[in-house]
Ligand binder design. Sequence first.
Ligand SMILES: [Zn+2]
Length: 203
Amino acid sequence: MIHYPKAIQQAIQELSRLPGIGTKTAERLVMSILRKKRADQTALVTSLANLQKSVQMCTTCGYVTDNSDGICHYCKDPQRGEQTICVVADMQTLQVIEKSGAFKGKYHVLGGTINPIEGISADMLTIASLIRRVQTAKGKIKEVLLATGTDIEGEQTALYIAQHFKTSGIKLTRLARGIPRGSNLEYADEMTLADAITNRQQV
Ligand SMILES: [Zn+2]
């Protein structure tokens, strides 16, 4: 029977709750942290504490920010057009799109996709705030680009959002084909994504 001090058990438990980290990996991480120099351990602990203290979700789009007014870098950028909102499932997808350089509008980060199997429903995502955002803009937003993945969850989420805007007169677009079927955009390559954005199609 393996015995660990309580603090180690807790650290393993917390780390293994992160995506992609099983108990074995969590255990290895904790052991490696314990072997680090005191200063390195402090730096790690401080950086995690700072995440909680200074980073929040942008109150407009759901991306991360440490600005005191709660508005992120992309929402504040006056060089970005206000007319098109690119709706993405997560921050990683936003970053891939940014790297592709093909999109110069604003973003909206949903915080996931509708997934009944994992118990993620529409009200757990930022869909209501997207609808409010479009309404509040009073006609300034002309297009909502639904850049969720081509997997079942991504398609379902896009459809759900599209239904909400059906009668709004807003142009709804979806990424062009070319993105492999069933894929989570997080891992899409930049060139493919740039093409899919440029050739996006009205839905
Ligand atoms: Zn923002």
